[in-house]
Design a protein around this ligand. Structure first.
Ligand code: PAF
Length: 284
């Protein structure tokens, strides 16, 4: 594995790989890698000749300064994990490399970005689109891999690829969970032992709510998850929404769509965690 720090150097490698007919996959990350990231990297390695993993804590997507400052950074451990997973190039640019001047681009994702994370984290998805588009232009991968924990992010990136007319296949990969159900996240390492012990309840209430489909109503399912997540003062709920898996708009009946997902964002102490559960999925 080679570590690359500049876009020019990365492009040189990619251009010569593509000239030799190689298929290129990209896994964008913000580092502090865990098994969830590594599952994306392994899939990328299996499905491509060249696997590029970017490790960059993108300042433009943080609407909370403290979250940016405290975001875990573990570059040496990340490199070891990536080497073992078979990554070809790890791209670790500086902020100046990615933003030699402020990125003033404003994307418009319509109603996809006004709900859930978009509503609670103003500007977040614009920042995600800024950095992911820069990475896409730098690598021009055949495929790019994203984890389904960030369900809304995948919809936004698919829409961005469509708007920019890029020929990049977006691969959505299943959530990887700890043995107790907690969705893997770089932020989990900031949980205290008490918060870590309670955090799996988020996933456990989501799993229990699966049994509500289709007999109990959407309203009852919403109430079940919201009430349970509000009953312990360690949790502070931002939202729990049951939405159409494509439009991300709330549904009011299980019959409203063939793709229905429950998405939650909740603080466990000061750490904001997100998770989701698929209630209905159409067979391809
Ligand atoms: O999902 C993430 O880790 C980030 O939002 C991403 C896609 C790497 C962009 O910074």
């Amino acid at each position: 594995m080679e570590t690359i720090y500049t876009i020019a150097e990365l492009q040189k490698k990619i251009i010569s790989g593509k000239a030799a007919g190689k298929k290129v996959g990209l896994v964008p990350t913000m580092g502090a890698l865990h098994s969830g990231h590594i599952s994306l990297v392994k899939r990328c390695v299996n499905e491509n000749d060249i696997c590029v993993v970017s490790v960059f804590v993108n300042p433009t997507q943080f609407n909370d300064k403290d979250d940016l400052i405290n975001y875990p950074r573990t570059p040496q451990e990340d490199k070891k994990l990536l080497e073992n997973a078979g990554c070809t190039y790890v791209f670790m640019p500086s902020i100046e490399e990615m933003y030699p001047e402020p990125d003033t681009r404003i994307f418009n994702f319509g109603t996809l970005e006004t709900v859930m994370e978009g509503g609670f984290r103003p500007g977040h998805f614009n920042g995600v689109a800024q950095i992911v588009s820069k990475l896409f232009y730098a690598v021009l991968p055949d495929c790019a891999y994203f984890g389904q924990k960030d369900f809304q992010q995948i919809s936004i990136i698919r829409e961005m690829v469509k708007q920019l007319g890029l020929q990049i296949e977006i691969k959505s990969c299943p959530i990887v969970r700890e043995a107790d159900g907690l969705a893997m996240s770089s932020r989990n390492r900031r949980l205290t032992p008490e918060q870590r012990e309670k955090a799996p309840q988020i996933a456990q209430f989501l799993f229990k709510s699966l049994a509500f489909v289709p007999e109990k109503s959407i309203q009852e399912t919403l109430e079940f998850v919201k009430t349970n997540l509000s009953s312990d003062s360690i949790f502070k709920l931002d939202y729990f929404e049951i939405v159409d898996g494509y439009t991300l708009q709330p549904v009011s009946d299980w019959k409203d769509s063939n793709d229905i997902v429950g998405c939650v964002a909740v603080y466990c102490g000061p750490i904001r965690l997100i998770d989701n559960i698929v209630y209905k999925q159409h067979a391809d």
